[in-house]
Design a protein around this ligand. Structure first.
Ligand code: ATP
Length: 505
């Protein structure tokens, strides 16, 4: 075997490379007299791709235009314009279901805000935090502190360069204003004397030295808070903190962070902080301390779901850039819009559908996307979602779901909770898992129902009380395959006895 990468000896490497070349020539010449490759990629490259620029259909792409969000964008701008006047904007809470353009609109507005603030030289900073990723008070404060420390360092460096150059000029050229005795170069500056300039340079150097990044773990939270506080207040400015998925932060670590952030303004001397929270969950403020709730919700903006017509517009805007001319048949955009509107007016879903339909058409080596591709894309996305949800279920829920699948596979209709519970119990014993009470298992069934994996309807059995009738809402084979990939469930060798057991109970 030839290894032309290892070894530090040059000669050895050259030899290796030569022998590698020889080998390769031999192989290629035998098979392909032209010395060409074997065309693995040529066919794929030759088939005219459907996409002109697929990136614009990806979630990471930030559109320059957001159709049907003008009202929400204007409302945000009307509130945030206060920052450009050096006043504190009211805190804003943005609500809306997933894919309704909350993040895209908020980011658009903050980019505009920052660029306008630069244009008019009004110090205003917007910081974005995704609380699904940064989900504890420590991490939120540390991340913010470090961002402001970076900005402060940048500012100090800029000032130091300016002042040191001025100082240098002064040392070289000692033009002194006759009447005041100050060097004339200081006339247009904030300094009255060289000493004052020297003091300022010294002060900045010290500040620069004292600035210290907050580590991502390990400090007491009050220390992180005070470093963050100092960093924000280092200069005069208005700061807008955007907390995306704010409900995740509250769910994970309570409302302390929001409490601390919302009371900062009464203590800051140079700067002002305004909070913009974004949430999918309309009810999350129910869990907040009333003070935090009223401060955070000074202004509320709701992002309603898009209807099918609005989704069509959004898709059309993107499709114009994303696809080759004529790559879409007439039904494609309306169908994607209709599917996503049924879902809950989710633009992300609509864009995913369009992109996936394009990919399926491309894979079929077609040069146009057909209605059929959209339908296949819908099934594929739905299946991907199910697979992901099932894969990440806790073991207990997986066992409940597996029990339902076993019953269905054995032709049982109108499955009731008791039947599921019996099989569930034997499965638990088989894999040595804790057995939950029937009541708890009923709750897990309701959760699976909410996730759209099973359909559970409460039926009245007259004087025997009520029970749930359960059926699967997902494709049985694929779901079973995902469950079997769980190492504990996959270890169960023969499941038939468990189903049999239901008849014995
Ligand atoms: N009006 C619109 N015009 C163009 N694209 C849009 C519009 N609304 C949403 N989108 C696109 O849909 C996708 C989802 O939007 P966004 O991330 O803003 O949703 P969201 O409401 O923040 O959802 P989530 O709560 O799940 O984060 C993004 O790719 C975004 O570019």
């Amino acid at each position: 075997m030839v290894d032309n990468q290892s070894g530090s000896d040059n000669e050895e490497r050259t030899n290796s490379a030569q022998s590698f070349e020889v080998d390769l020539d031999e192989v290629v010449l035998e098979d392909e007299p032209d010395g060409d490759n074997q065309g693995l990629f040529d066919d794929l490259l030759d088939s005219e791709p459907i996409f002109e620029n697929k990136e614009v259909l990806r979630p990471s792409y930030t559109p320059h235009e957001l159709p049907h969000r003008k009202e929400q964008i204007n409302k945000m701008a009307t509130i945030l314009v206060a920052a450009l006047r050096g006043e504190t904007p009211s805190n804003i809470l943005i609500y809306g279901k997933t894919g309704t353009g909350k993040t895209a609109s908020a980011k658009f507005v903050s980019q505009e805000l920052e660029s306008t603030s630069q244009k008019y030289s009004v110090p205003c900073d917007v910081e974005y935090i995704n609380c699904e990723v940064t989900d504890t008070q420590y991490r939120v404060l540390a991340q913010l502190a470090n961002k402001f420390i970076d900005k402060n360092e940048e500012l100090i460096d800029k000032r130091l360069t300016e002042y040191e150059a001025l100082r240098e000029d002064l040392s070289n050229d000692v033009g002194v204003d006759e009447s005041s005795g100050t060097p004339s170069r200081l006339d247009d500056t904030e300094f009255d004397s060289v000493d004052e300039l020297d003091d300022r340079i010294e002060e900045l150097r010290q500040d620069r030295e004292e600035m210290e990044q907050v580590p991502m773990t390990g400090w007491p939270t009050d220390r992180v808070y005070s470093v963050f506080f100092e960093a924000v207040d280092y200069r005069e400015r208005v700061v807008v903190i955007m907390l995306d998925e704010i409900d995740k932060l509250v769910e994970k670590s309570g409302d302390d962070t929001l409490y601390n952030l919302s009371r900062m303004n009464s203590e800051l001397s140079n700067s002002r902080v305004s909070i913009m929270g974004i949430s999918n969950d309309l009810k999350f403020t129910d869990f907040l301390d009333p003070r935090v709730k009223s401060s955070l919700g000074e202004e509320e903006i709701v992002f309603p779901p898009y209807d099918a017509n609005q989704l069509r517009d959004i898709l059309q805007h993107r499709a114009d850039v994303a696809f080759k001319p004529d790559a879409l048949t007439d039904d494609v955009i309306p169908l994607c819009a209709a599917f996503a509107a049924q879902e809950h007016g989710d633009a992300r879903r609509a864009l995913d559908l369009l992109r996936t339909a394009g990919e399926l058409a491309e894979r079929d080596q077609q040069d146009r996307i057909l209605e059929e591709h959209v339908r296949q894309a819908q099934d594929k996305i739905e299946l991907d979602r199910v697979v992901e949800v099932v894969r990440t279920l806790p073991t207990q829920s997986k066992l409940v779901l597996f029990s339902t699948i076993l019953l269905e596979k054995n032709g049982v209709h109108n499955i009731n909770t008791g039947e599921v519970y019996n099989i569930y119990k034997s499965l638990c014993e088989e894999i040595d898992a804790d057995v939950l009470t029937q009541r708890r298992v009923t709750d897990l069934i309701s959760e699976l129902d909410m996730l759209g994996i099973v359909n559970a309807v409460v039926v009245s059995k007259g004087r025997y009380g009520r029970t749930k009738e359960i059926s699967l809402s997902v494709p049985i084979e694929e779901t079973e395959a995902v469950l079997m990939s769980d190492s504990r469930i996959g270890d169960i060798e023969d499941v038939q006895p468990f189903v049999q057991a239901r008849f014995d109970n």
